[in-house]
Design a protein around this ligand. Structure first.
Ligand SMILES: C[S@@+](CC[C@H](N)C(=O)[O-])C[C@H]1O[C@@H](n2cnc3c(N)ncnc32)[C@H](O)[C@@H]1O
Length: 232
């Protein structure tokens, strides 16, 4: 492993949390209620959702440029994209999930929270990418898939000059070792790994820049990225 990790600047987080606490708490309550209907995120207790899940998503905010268009792949209950949209009216976020029941609940939450900078899409990433090529400045995912597979999902969606971000625990390093140094095949370069802590757990954001078009044909058909990993 040649890449050093950097620490996310956490000093501005308290200000972000304080400025948005009420709306974020409203979201935590909605998500808690929704969990009983569609199992969107583990816990049902709003405080636990806030402290473990919402704070995790907030940790990435210092890394997100202003006025960007973002796609959150496998958003589930809106993590991280909905959290970002609540705190940053300058960004526009497309929330993507393949499970219809989750998307319906998400749409209700977006309406309840009066968010105008969010749209919900019910689709697999592979299919969505064929209709939205290069549309995004940033693609992100939390708790969705192997890091290498995420890079394949992200690649066709992000414009040249844009970036991607994957939320990972320590296992992200093992996943990275499988393909490290080959990411340019998908147009990615400039890996940076950012570390931070939530509820006593050390967590990481893996980010890359899109420097060129992919050299392999993406998106591939649904299921192929998992069955035939691009790096093997
Ligand atoms: C474990 S959940 C994580 C949800 C959320 N990101 C979070 O941090 O709580 C993974 C989600 O990814 C969705 N998903 C998995 N593969 C997908 C794909 N290829 N395209 C779209 N959604 C996908 C699943 O439906 C599920 O809601």
């Amino acid at each position: 492993m040649k890449v050093m990790t950097k620490e996310v600047a956490s000093d501005i987080l308290e200000g972000i949390i304080n400025a948005n606490r009420d709306k974020l708490m409203d979201y935590a309550k909605l998500l808690g209620l929704a969990n009983s209907r569609a199992r969107l995120t583990g816990p049902a207790d709003p405080k636990c959702i806030f402290d473990e899940h919402i704070v995790d998503c907030l940790a990435a905010l210092p890394l997100i440029p202003f006025n960007v268009r973002i796609v959150d792949i496998g958003t589930g209950g809106g993590l991280p994209g909905l959290v970002w949209a609540v705190c940053r009216s300058d960004v526009f976020v497309d929330l993507l999930d393949s499970v219809r029941k989750k998307c319906l609940v998400l749409e209700e939450m977006v309406r309840s929270l009066n968010l105008e900078n969010v749209r919900v899409h019910c689709s697999r990433a592979e299919e969505f990418a064929s209709l939205n090529n290069g549309l995004y400045d940033l693609a992100a995912a939390r708790a969705v898939s192997h890091l290498g597979i995420l890079l394949e999902y992200f690649s066709p969606l992000v414009r040249r000059g844009g970036s991607c971000m994957a939320f990972k625990g320590p296992k992200g390093f093992e996943e990275l070792e499988e393909f490290e140094g080959k990411e340019e095949k998908l147009g990615w370069s400039g890996l940076e790994i950012w570390s931070y802590e939530v509820a006593g757990k050390k967590l990481y954001l893996f980010t890359w820049k899109k420097v060129k078009d992919a050299q392999i044909s993406v998106p591939r058909r649904v299921g192929i990225p998992e069955r035939r990993p691009w790096w093997r």
